[in-house]
Ligand binder design. Structure first.
Ligand code: HEM
Length: 266
């Protein structure tokens, strides 16, 4: 027996609008399929209101005179994403044990499908990221973007640049060839001479008083879990502040040129 339930008490505004007599007839399955993406996004948005956040993040006013130098932050972010994606594929083959590391890296380059390409992208990408992060830092410095109210974003940036360098340092050991081994010994000896925290930091990184069997896995954990996690979280905070505070106008733009920049005194 078919049970007829009463219609839900939906307010008039939420009831579907009746089809206009001159509207084209409703499409078949093909039209429905074409709308599938939109419907799926609508479905998620109705339950999360995420589109408001996306609009807030992406549709912002930017000052007059914004130029290519303002793309350096996004370029750094894409370099980081490249490192994250290629790093995931390298981790599928890499083995951080002192007896297997070199061989697994050799296997990636010589035998794994597209291994040399992915390893090359990761290796050269690391250099690109370091160069970009410094260029971006220089851009924000010379445009005076570190001043009020963006000091906190500058401080987050300083932590990001240090973390990027820690990524380079810890990644350098992973191929575990002669060069990476001795470079790490030198770096840790320098590190150990640092004032106050130096010896403790070297102890922590080496996982003991000197280079030992667990040093490699310590570097690997720092390189692929700890620091990338911190970088991702800090990039999130960094971008939140960029969206909230807006970007700085180029220093050569006079307040008189743009009413939005005029202050009380100007
Ligand atoms: C992983 C590293 C980093 C990423 C992914 C990143 C990303 C970004 C992006 C996308 C922007 C907005 C667009 C732009 O102005 O370029 C930005 C702005 C900014 N960044 Fe970074 N950034 C990083 C590191 C740094 C560093 C090292 C500093 C300085 C020490 C810094 C300081 C700033 C400041 C002050 C702004 C605001 C710029 C303005 O108001 O004009 N960032 N960052």
């Amino acid at each position: 027996m078919k049970l007829k339930l009463p219609a839900p008490p939906v307010p008039d505004q939420l009831k579907p609008t009746p089809r206009r007599p001159d509207a084209p007839p409703k499409g078949g399955p093909l039209d429905t399929a074409k709308e599938a993406g939109k419907s799926a996004v609508d479905w998620v948005d109705e339950r999360t209101s995420l589109s408001g956040g996306a609009r807030w993040m992406m549709f912002r006013k930017v000052p007059k005179g914004t130029n290519w130098f303002y793309t350096l932050g996004s370029a750094t972010m894409f370099a980081f994403l490249n490192q994250a994606v290629t790093g995931v594929f390298l981790a599928m083959y890499y083995d951080p044990s002192p007896t297997r590391a070199y061989e697994s890296a050799r296997y990636i380059t010589n035998e794994a499908f597209l291994g040399e390409f992915v390893r090359g992208m990761h290796k050269w990408g690391s250099t690109v990221m370091v160069i970009l992060v410094f260029l971006h830092m220089a851009r924000t410095f010379f445009f005076g973007a570190y001043k009020y109210p963006r000091e906190l974003n500058w401080v987050i940036g300083v932590v990001l640049v240090v973390l990027t360098l820690i990524m380079s340092l810890t990644g350098y050991l992973l191929p575990f060839d002669q060069r990476s081994y001795w470079a790490t010994i030198v770096a840790m000896n320098i590190n150990g001479t640092g004032p106050l925290v130096g010896p403790y930091l070297a102890d922590f990184l080496l996982a003991g008083p000197e280079f030992g069997a667990t040093t490699l896995s310590r570097f690997y954990a720092v390189h692929m879990l700890l620091v990338p996690g911190l970088i991702a979280a800090l990039i999130g905070a960094h971008l939140y502040l960029v969206a909230k505070l807006g970007t700085t106008a180029p220093p050569w733009l006079k307040a008189d040129d743009d009413p939005a920049l005029r202050t009380e005194e100007a």
